[in-house]
Write a protein that binds this ligand. Structure first.
Ligand code: GLN
Length: 440
């Protein structure tokens, strides 16, 4: 713990928002005392981990990488984090990310762009960029990210590690700052599949504080030792798209060939075009975030800026303290929800989401697993993606569909590019891990 705190203090990759050194050293001393006493310790006891800076942990700064909450300290602890604390894991750091989860590069942050662990000139991916880099650099053993439209899977892919977005609801969202509540998921990033499995088990479970949380059974080491998967599918239009990078395509097709050689049947599937997936996701995500962030007006939370009257105070507080990207989403979200637009845009988005889910149900009647590259493109240079928000949204083309379907999906390292995404039907999280283990 001490060694890792020392390297994290140097903040070489801008992955650190705040260090939890006092808490971490205190918890580590307790584990040391147990060991000195000859007591047996649990699997996660004393294991250092990181937390994306959107999770409540009582008494710690919880900023969402925003000016608005830069002085905010949590008054309670998220369920997922509490379960890790109860298992004896030691939190070291609150990790840099795109503000409120808004972004795909971890540049939309007041703490400086996070640098990629493989090549520091490139973006780390986002929004859980700091979490992915800390794991990849071994500053933490695992980190807890949040994934609304790809924020765990994409930075995991960009930094060549594992990142898992479980079935929606498998892990309680209580104490995760809400971005788009209908797709927000809690999940782990780690260097090994085994660590993903262990941390997932600890955090899972129904929680009376989150009515969308669901009960699930533990996934054992034995259970993932063998894989029942016989048939996999992939979306032909993803791979044949003009937008796909040549190396990403080559890595993906090489994985497919390897699977065929191992006796797995591979089926090409039809799916919605990328622009439909991206516009459906962003319509709904913006609507939900506009609603969720309306509470941040400087009254109960946040860096209040006083003005002439209350309405002005709200306006100035929000205008000065939200980033350009966050304001773009709030304005866009309020527009699609407003009278005259909501039928045309928001309700259409909901209808498309249903169609996307139906498409998945049909696919999973024919195949056990759907495979996809994590992203069409490789990580851009720091500074480049901020110039074109639409291009950044389109780079989420391969992750957002699975989020809308609320499906369990895992990034595993693949070739030299941005990772392979393994997806199963809802609640088949175990199958995802079984297949990932088979691929190792
Ligand atoms: N890049 C996507 C977005 O900006 C996904 C982010 C996330 O999952 N938090 O909405």
């Amino acid at each position: 713990v001490q060694e890792k705190l020392e390297v994290l203090k140097q903040n070489t990759h801008n992955s650190v928002n705040s260090l939890l050194d006092t808490l971490a050293l205190d918890l580590a001393a307790k584990v040391d005392a147990k060991i000195a006493n000859g007591e047996t310790i649990g699997l996660l006891e004393g294991i250092p981990f990181g937390i994306k800076d959107v999770y409540m942990l009582q008494g710690t700064y919880t900023t969402a990488s925003s000016d608005l909450l830069k002085n905010y300290k949590s008054s309670y602890t998220a369920t997922a984090i509490q379960k890790l604390l109860d298992a004896g894991a030691i939190p070291l750091v609150k990790e840099n990310c795109d503000s409120f989860g808004h972004g795909s590069s971890s540049e939309n942050t007041i703490f400086g762009a996070v640098k990629n662990a493989v090549n520091p000139e490139l973006v780390a991916g986002g929004s859980s960029g700091g979490s992915a880099v800390n794991v990849a650099k071994e500053y933490t053993v695992f980190s807890i990210g949040g994934d609304t439209g790809g924020s765990i899977r994409q930075p995991a892919g960009y930094n060549h590690i594992y990142g898992f977005k479980p079935t929606y609801g498998r892990i309680s969202r209580f104490g995760l700052m809400a971005y788009a509540s209908s797709t927000d998921c809690v999940g782990p990033l780690a260097k090994s599949l085994e660590d993903i499995r262990i941390v997932l088990n600890v955090m899972s479970g129904k929680d009376s504080k989150d009515q969308t949380s669901i009960a699930s059974t533990e996934i054992s080491e034995e259970a993932i030792a063998t894989s029942p998967v016989k048939k996999v599918g992939y979306f032909k239009n993803f791979i044949e798209s003009d937008a796909i990078d040549a190396q990403v395509k080559a890595d993906f097709l090489a994985s497919i060939e390897k699977l065929k050689a191992k006796g797995i049947a591979v089926k090409e599937l039809d799916f919605f075009k990328s622009d439909i997936l991206v516009s459906t996701y962003y319509t709904l995500a913006m609507a939900e975030t506009a609603s969720n962030l309306s509470r941040l007006d400087g009254t109960n939370y946040g860096n209040r800026i006083e003005a002439e009257n209350l309405i002005e105070t709200y306006a100035v507080t929000r205008s000065e303290n939200f980033s350009e990207e966050t304001k773009r989403r709030i304005v866009g979200g309020n527009q699609v929800l407003s009278q005259g637009f909501s039928d045309e845009i928001y309700l259409k988005g909901l209808a498309l989401r249903d169609q996307i889910s139906e498409n998945f149900s049909k696919d999973f009647a024919a195949v056990d697993i759907i495979l996809s590259p994590v992203t069409p493109s490789t990580p851009p240079k720091i500074g480049d993606s901020l110039k074109d928000p639409l291009a950044m949204y389109l780079s989420d083309a391969y992750t957002v569909g699975f989020s809308l379907g609320q499906l369990p999906t895992l990034t595993v390292p693949q070739g030299t590019s941005t990772g392979l995404q393994i997806t199963a039907a809802k609640n088949n999280d175990e199958l995802v891990l079984q297949f990932a283990n088979f691929l190792k």
